[in-house]
Every structure is written in structure tokens, then in C-alpha cells.
Ligand binder design. Structure first.
Ligand code: SAH
Length: 234
């Protein structure tokens, strides 16, 4: 077992794996925010022809969409069932430029440092015991001049209200128990992890979501959900 993984978190995602690609299922919100984050990554890093590793890829929503834009994508996760679902879905879609592996970010970083033009790590850090170690691994995986993108949830009263009380209990946008408040990460903390890993923080953006229209958009307020773009100095 990998030291920097929580078995309960991995089995939580494993149990829901069969619903991963149901656009109205348990992962509906990931489907709904995907075009926004995909466009943001594409606009910054340019996806076509890039070598990409998607860390904590789950069932492959982001991985596949990047492959469809012409990138060579490796999706990695430590939960077996979502990876199987991802593999099957890519096969059915006839995509040859996305592959999946059950390996930790840390182990892949030791095996293949500086190998990727782009590293994405979305909605994953808040499920890991030591997020700084994953950030370091992502930095190591990126080639000099490469991009590293993270998204996670801020830790404050508003984030607790919106992401746990609102999204899990009142609106049922995500399954109950998906998130644990203590694991949320402030942008200042994530920026420090990134700098300590030798990355330069390029931009921090908030992500807003309207539960009535199911539309997501970028903001300048990272008080709940947010994205961070970093670069490994050339
Ligand atoms: N990044 C995907 C999935 C997010 S769900 C997306 O945004 O669409 C969170 C994922 O993180 C799950 O698939 C879970 O299995 C994975 N995960 C949790 N802890 C992990 C760890 N220590 N190493 C790798 N993946 C992990």
C-alpha cells in the first residue's frame, strides 16, 4: 500500500466507479465543470501534441477530454475500479492516445522525472494525507518549462457551507461524505507547496458553479473551489 494514500478514500471512489460516466450520476458535477477546466488548461498550455500525465484521474473525464484535443495522455490513480472504467471507456471511444496505470504520483516521479509537458491534478489533493508530497511529485514529473495545474477546495467557513453543507447535504450535487473539511487546502498553502517544489505560481482562479443552471465559470474569488496554474522554470 502506498504510504501517501487513504484506503477509505480510494474505496469510496471504487464503490461509485460504475456511475463515473453517467452525466446525471454521482459524478455529474465533474462532468459539468470539465469543459471549463479543459478550456483553461488548453488556453494556457496548448493541448495538441503534448505529453500529459493526469494525476488522480479517476474514471478519466479530464484525461479523455484532453486526449480528444490531441494530447498523449497517461492517467494515473490508486483506485483500481475507476481505472478499469476509464480504460473501458477509452476503448469504447476508440481512443488510442490515452492510457491508464495504477501507480502513485511519487512512484511515477521517481521512474520518469521531467517527462511531461503538462501535469494535471484536479480535485485530488483534498483526498490525500500529504498533499505537499503529491505537489512535489507533480513538479518532478513536469519537464523544465512545463505546466502543472491543480484544483481543489479552500478551507474557510464559506467553503464549509458551500462545499459540504450546500453541495453534499442541501443540494445533493455530490455524494454525502465526498469531502472532509480538515483536508481542504488554502490557496496560500497550495502556493507554498508549489514554491517549495520549485514551481512558479502563474495564476490562481476561483471556480463558481450555479446549481440551478448547472453552469460553471471562472472568477477571481478563490474562496471555495479554485484552480492553480504553475510552471516549472525552464
Ligand atoms: N481528477 C479526476 C477525478 C477526481 S475524484 C477529475 O477531476 O475528474 C478524486 C480521485 O483521486 C479519485 O479517482 C481517487 O481514487 C483519487 N485518489 C485519491 N487518493 C489518491 C492517491 N493517494 N493517489 C492517487 N489517486 C488518488
Amino acid at each position: 500500500m502506498n504510504a501517501n494514500a487513504d484506503p477509505q478514500e480510494l474505496s469510496k471512489f471504487g464503490e461509485l466507479a460504475h456511475t463515473w460516466w453517467d452525466p446525471l450520476g454521482e459524478f455529474r458535477t465533474l462532468h459539468e465543470i470539465n469543459p471549463l477546466r479543459l478550456d483553461w488548461v488548453d488556453a494556457k498550455a496548448g493541448l495538441r501534441g503534448r505529453r500529459i500525465v493526469d494525476v488522480g484521474c479517476g474514471g478519466g473525464i479530464l484525461s479523455e477530454s484532453m486526449a480528444l484535443r490531441g494530447a498523449e495522455v497517461l492517467g494515473i490513480d490508486l483506485s483500481t475500479k475507476p481505472l478499469r472504467v476509464a480504460q473501458l471507456h477509452a476503448m469504447e471511444a476508440g481512443l488510442a492516445n490515452v492510457v491508464y496505470r495504477e501507480v502513485s504520483a511519487e512512484a511515477l516521479a521517481a521512474e520518469a522525472p521531467a517527462s511531461f509537458d503538462v501535469v494535471t491534478c484536479m480535485e485530488m489533493l483534498e483526498h490525500v494525507p500529504d498533499p505537499a508530497s503529491v505537489v512535489q511529485a507533480c513538479a518532478t514529473l513536469a519537464r523544465p518549462g512545463g505546466w502543472v495545474f491543480f484544483s481543489t477546495i479552500n478551507r474557510n467557513a464559506r467553503a464549509f457551507l458551500m462545499a459540504i453543507v450546500g453541495a453534499e447535504h442541501a443540494l445533493r450535487l455530490v455524494p454525502k461524505g465526498t469531502h472532509e473539511y480538515a483536508r481542504f487546502i488554502r490557496p496560500s498553502e497550495l502556493s507554498r507547496f508549489a514554491r517549495d517544489a520549485g514551481l512558479a505560481v502563474d495564476e490562481v482562479r476561483g471556480m463558481a458553479f450555479n446549481p440551478l443552471t448547472h453552469r460553471a465559470w471562472l472568477t477571481h474569488d478563490p474562496s471555495v473551489n479554485y484552480l492553480v496554474a504553475c510552471r516549472r522554470p525552464a
